[in-house]
Design a protein around this ligand. Structure first.
Ligand code: GLP
Length: 238
């Protein structure tokens, strides 16, 4: 695990985007594992700039996202599909048909989970997986639990996650209570992983994840078992 601390959010974002861009240049048909939350926004801004100004080509790339709120369809402004369109997909020359986000409104959510895992597998897994980290140590929406869950699955969101994500909704009551998330099998199956975190508020949970015991009570700690993880921490957020 490589851990790099930089002072500024923008520097962290430029490094993460540069790593993803290098993977894409080496393999224009790369499979990009993408994440939501406020932390990756700067990375997506930089990727959009590289596409616009330096011709970084997404036309043959595919992407798979980590998670989606249950009950929100892609037209809901707080859905993760909407987020990805707004912050990245509509700003680069990626073929939207090759961008995947779990559906939060599938008639059969369990079947959607199975479909999603089959899709990730059919793509050969992610060449790189970008991750943020939740205040409780979650990655994707893999919340603290008694055991790590391998497949894509439905989760009840932790009260701390609902509280943390309420800032994006009109009120806490509007935050969906459940989500669909890629499980640890697909995350750990990525060839490389970049975990980004910014601000002093994330320092303690990040330190516990990279230095503490590997435990499903702190889901990000599983990354210690992956052979190619880069952790980028920005001391200032924004
Ligand atoms: C959400 C997402 C996570 C993300 C986390 C942290 O819960 N499901 O994938 O890592 O938020 O978000 P932020 O970057 O806004 O702190």
């Amino acid at each position: 695990m490589q851990i790099r601390t930089v002072p500024a959010y923008q520097e962290m974002s430029a490094i993460a985007a540069g790593m993803i861009a290098a993977i894409l240049r080496a393999n224009p048909a790369a499979v990009l594992g993408l994440a939501t939350g406020s932390t990756p926004i700067g990375t997506y801004d930089e990727l959009a700039r590289l596409c616009r100004e330096e011709g970084l080509d997404f036309s043959r790339a595919s992407s798979v996202n980590l998670d989606e709120y249950l009950g929100l369809d892609g037209t809901h402004p707080q859905s993760y599909r909407y987020f990805m369109d707004e912050h990245l997909f509509d700003r680069v020359n990626i073929d939207k048909a090759r961008t995947a986000v779990p559906s939060g409104v599938a008639a059969d959510p369990d079947a959607e989970c199975a479909r999603y895992d089959a899709l990730v597998k059919s793509l050969g897994g992610q060449d790189v997986q970008l991750l943020g980290i939740g205040p409780d140590g979650h990655i994707g929406f893999n919340e603290p639990a008694d055991e790590f869950v391998g497949p894509t699955h439905l989760v009840d969101l932790d009260p701390s996650t609902i509280e943390a994500n309420a800032r994006f909704f009109a009120s806490e009551a509007e935050v969906p209570r459940r989500a669909i998330t890629m499980g640890m099998d697909a995350i750990m199956g990525a060839k490389s992983i970049i975990l980004i975190a910014a601000g002093e508020g994330k320092r303690a949970v990040l330190e516990a994840a990279v230095q503490g015991p590997v435990t499903p009570r702190l889901p990000a700690s599983i990354l210690q078992n992956h052979p190619d993880v880069t952790v980028l921490f920005a001391e200032q957020n924004g």
